[in-house]
Every structure is written in C-alpha cells, then in structure tokens.
Design a protein around this ligand. Structure first.
Ligand code: C2O
Length: 546
C-alpha cells in the first residue's frame, strides 16, 4: 500500500448552464470536482485550501475512517469548518473497503457544486467477484440551481418556507438536451459493441431520489455503497442522494442503428413542489451501420411515475449482500442496545413580528424523535475529546419517542419540534439496532438516511407502523444489504444493525440537504475501547478552530 497526496484548492469558477453564466464554488477549477482514485489499504492525504469567502469542510462519504474520525469532515460535528485562506489536511487510510464512494462539501448547501468521485480499486492481485469490465465510467447525478444554493437555503430558513426547487438535474455536471439551451451540454457515453462496461453511479443531488434507465439496455447491479451485492438485473434503478451503485452494462453484439437516451428524474412522495424535470445523456455506439443516425432522435426508456412507491419498495428489497466466505456478512446476531427513532418533518412557531411561509404560517422543521438538531458553534468531536461538553451537547437523545402516536396515521396535536444538540453515547463494540420510523406529520416522505463512520445492515423494512411484536421475527440476519445510506420508506419503517467498533463522533442524518438543514439528524458518540487500536488518537495540529 502507498500514500497518495492530493491538493484541493477551493476556488470560484465561472460556468454557463441553462443559458446563464454564474460563479460557483469548485475544486481545482473543475466541476464536478476531481476524481480521487485509490486502492484498498492506501493512505490518502488531501490538503484542502480554502480560497473562497465561504467556510467549508469536505466529507469522504462512506469512508469508514477507522480511528481517523478527525478526517470525517462534517462541519461542527468532527471539525470546525476551514475558514477563508486557511487549510486542513485530511489524512486517512482505506481499510477493508473497495468500490465506488464519493466526497462532498459538508456545510450549508455547498455540496451542490463541491463534489466528486472517490474510487477504491481492490488490492493488487484481487479481483472483482464478477468478470472484469472492459471499461469503468463514473456517472455523477447532480442538481443544478440557477441561484446561489447557499442563498436558497438561507432564505428558506429565514422565511420558514420550502426552498426553491432546483432548475435542472445533471449527469457529470451536464443537464442535457431536454433543457433549454443545453443540447451542447450533454453527457455522451461512446461504447464498443459486445463489451461490458461498469457504470459507477453516484447520486450527488441535493434533495431528490432519482430513477435512472437506459433505453433498450438492462443493467446488472453488482455493488452498492462500496459493498458487493448478489448481482441482479434491472431496467430501472432508484438511487438516493448519498448512495452509490455499480452496474454492469452489456453492449449489444453488433452496433445497432440507433442511439439511446439515458434518463434520470425524481421519485417524490412529499408535499409541495419538486423539480420534476428530466436529465438526459446519450449512449452511442462506435461505427453504427448507417451514417444517417444523426437526424434520428435517440430512443427513450420509460421511467416509473414520480410517486411509484411500490416500485421503490420492490427494487430496494432486491439488494442482498454476497454473504459468502470471501465477503461474509457480519450481521450482529444479537443486540446490546435497541433504539426506536421517528424521522420526519415538523414545524416551529413563527417568531413575533415576522410572517412565515411554512405550514399555516409557521416555519418548516425536521427532526428525529422530535429533536431538531441544532449545530453547535464548536465541533462535537473536539468538545467530547477534550472533555468540554458543557454547553455544547447533552447525552439525553431519546431512545424511544417521548410521546408515542400513530406515526403513519393522524398527526399528533402538536407538530412542533424541540431544538437540541443531543447525542447517544455507546460503549465500544456495542451491537446496535435502530428502527427508524417514518412519520406522516406534514405528509409522509421517504428519507435517505446516512450514517457516518459505519456501514450498517438493513435487516428489515415495511410500510405503516413498526410492530415490535411481529416484525423482528421477519428480520433478515443472513444476507441483508450492507450500506451507508438507505431510504426509510415513505409511510413506513426501516431496521438497521451495526457494531459500534469505531470510536469517535458520528453524524446520522437525512441526506436530503433541505431536511438536514431543517434539523433531521443526530450524533452517536462511540467511546474508546481498552486496546490501543480501539482508541481515537488526538487531532492533527492543523485542526481548524471555530
Ligand atoms: Cu454524504 Cu453527512 O453526508
């Protein structure tokens, strides 16, 4: 294994999309940002230099950060943000992981433009558990705002209303021909006939789950969130913000007389408005039989309707871990601590002398177990490590909702959230089970839940209210999928298990940026174990100050 050095210069970049030219926050003048390509076992040393006026931090989404919690990146959780003209070196090793992950800014809505792939190849002399693809192609889904995304969320927080929806989706930063003046900004995949391509799909969109399909081609899913899965074929895929999926695309034996659209558009179950537009890329064969292809429109795949919840439930249930001798599923078979968290929207009163644009003149909020997460003004990890929790956080995050109600039925009388910076403290190596119960307060909605510092096993899911008497007997403890991000079904629940073997402070949150901004998150503090390799080392000397 080797050490790979990168420098990320955070700087402004001028780009034109949808006929408008604007300045965005970007890395090394690239949008989407630079690719990090590494290998299992390697060390990454990334120096991030902030040359913009916004504070920033970078999160390595899905990297386990074993004993390197100081490099995880969420602002005010594991570090204070890097201020203008300051820098910070993220230093971590890729342990026991290979596959597609990604990196993104983790403060306000800067990840709208600050994101890129993080590709981990298997160790030398190890291969994929499927035939080696002819070529590998990263495809990042993004969400484009004509306005400044930071201003969009600031305004929403101010007025209490829903933020303006995005103006386009993108494939590798390009909106494609179905948007105004964007035909020239189209992602094209040129392929040879009779080959297998591996597409490394990454959903970097801010607020939307996306359906994806390529006309006249099926896809074989082989990996999710940098974990191999039992391969399965599908024509249509769902990918939630934060998730990554590797698929194999077998091209036709002979170049067909057509080109093919690859389309993505949202799955949406919430209330209010959403960006219901479609991004298109084009799959094109080299040397098609006829030269007149140019004038023929590409073939279109069909995608489910925007609210296709049954399709989604069926699709997500197809993911199973390999669970073989080479890639075992280490699912905790017994549990030391069980948690039951609600997850959903709520609201808060409108301050006097203000008019608010949220539900019935209030402000929108979101919460877990009715606690709306307030970020501290210093980092939780620093406060914990140096024993300065006083006034920063409390350890009373509720293990079950304080006032149970019919979660997927009629909302309770008061839908106001409680503000707090509350954590759960876990002794080292605790086997944890969390049931995440979606609520229908202000409408049911699917929530892509992401856990930092860990993968978890998805042992169960269902619609309606979780039944603690009946549902656990149906849990899959044999080959559940192992992920870092999973959608809690709209109007339903999800059960996950993980072993708390990584000391540090780990954020768990909805990967819809709007919900995170409204407070849909909490944090786990995992204590040190007794052995030296079970302890979190002290922070690097350049750890940013608040
Ligand atoms: Cu990819 Cu806390 O996020």
């Amino acid at each position: 294994s080797i050490t790979r050095h990168y420098t990320f210069n955070i700087e402004m970049k001028t780009v034109t999309r949808l006929c408008r030219t604007k300045s965005i926050v970007a890395v090394n003048g690239k949008f989407p940002g630079p690719r990090i390509i590494t290998r299992e076992g390697d060390r990454l040393v990334v120096k991030v230099i902030n040359n913009v006026s916004n504070n920033i931090s970078i999160h390595w989404h899905g990297v386990r950060q074993l004993q390197s919690g100081w490099a995880d990146g969420p602002s005010y959780i594991t570090q204070c943000p890097i201020q203008t003209k300051q820098s910070y070196v993220y230093n971590f090793t890729i342990v026991g992981q290979r596959g597609t992950l990604w990196w993104h800014a983790h403060i306000s809505w800067l990840r709208a433009t600050v994101y890129g792939p993080l590709i981990i190849h298997p160790m030398p002399n190890t291969s994929y558990p499927f035939p080696k693809p002819y070529k590998e192609v990263p495809i990042l889904f993004g969400e484009w705002f004509n306005a400044d995304p930071v201003a969009v969320i600031s305004q929403s927080l101010q007025t209490g209303g829903g933020p303006n929806v995005s103006d386009a989706y993108s494939l590798n930063g390009l909106p494609g021909p179905l948007y105004n003046c964007s035909a020239k900004d189209t992602f094209k995949l040129k392929v040879k006939p009779g080959k297998t391509y591996m597409l490394r799909l990454i959903n970097a969109a801010l607020n939307d789950d996306l359906f994806f399909s390529i006309a006249n081609h099926s896809l074989t899913v082989v990996e999710a969130d940098a974990q191999y899965v039992k391969p399965f074929k599908t024509k249509i895929l769902l990918i939630s913000p934060g998730q990554t999926t590797n698929v194999l695309l077998k091209t036709k034996p002979n170049p067909p007389n057509a080109t093919f659209f690859m389309l993505a558009r949202p799955y949406f179950t919430g209330m209010g408005s959403f960006d219901n537009t479609t991004v298109a890329g084009i799959l094109e064969y080299e040397q098609p039989p006829s030269a007149s292809l140019k004038n023929r429109p590409p073939l279109k795949p069909s995608l489910p309707p925007f609210n296709a919840t049954n399709f989604v439930a069926n699709f997500t249930s197809k993911f199973r871990s390999l669970a073989n001798s080479q890639f075992p599923a280490n699912v905790p078979q017994s549990v030391d601590r069980k948690f039951f968290f609600t997850i959903g929207l709520g609201n808060r009163p409108c301050p006097k002398n203000q008019t608010c644009q949220g539900p019935n003149g209030t402000k929108f909020a979101a919460s877990m177990s009715n606690v709306s997460m307030v970020l501290p003004t210093t980092a939780l990890l620093q406060a914990y490590f140096f024993g300065q929790s006083n006034g920063v956080y409390t350890t009373d995050f509720p293990r079950t909702p304080l006032h149970p109600f019919n979660y997927t039925g009629t909302p309770p009388n008061t839908t106001f959230v409680m503000n707090g910076t509350k954590v759960v403290v876990l002794p080292f190596n605790t086997n944890v089970e969390v049931v995440l119960q979606g609520t229908s307060i202000l409408g049911a909605e699917s929530h892509p839940l992401h856990l930092h510092g860990y993968n978890f096993y998805v042992v169960g899911q269902g619609f309606g209210n979780f039944d603690p008497k009946k549902d656990p007997s149906k849990f899959n403890l044999v080959d559940p999928v192992e992920r870092n991000t999973i959608g809690v079904p709209s109007g339903g629940w999800l059960a996950i298990r993980f072993r708390a073997d990584n000391p540090g402070v780990w954020l768990m949150h909805c990967h819809f940026d709007v919900h995170l901004s409204w407070g849909l998150g909490m944090a786990w503090i995992v204590l040190d174990g007794k052995l030296p390799n079970q302890k979190l080392p002290p922070p690097p000397s350049d750890l940013p100050k608040c």
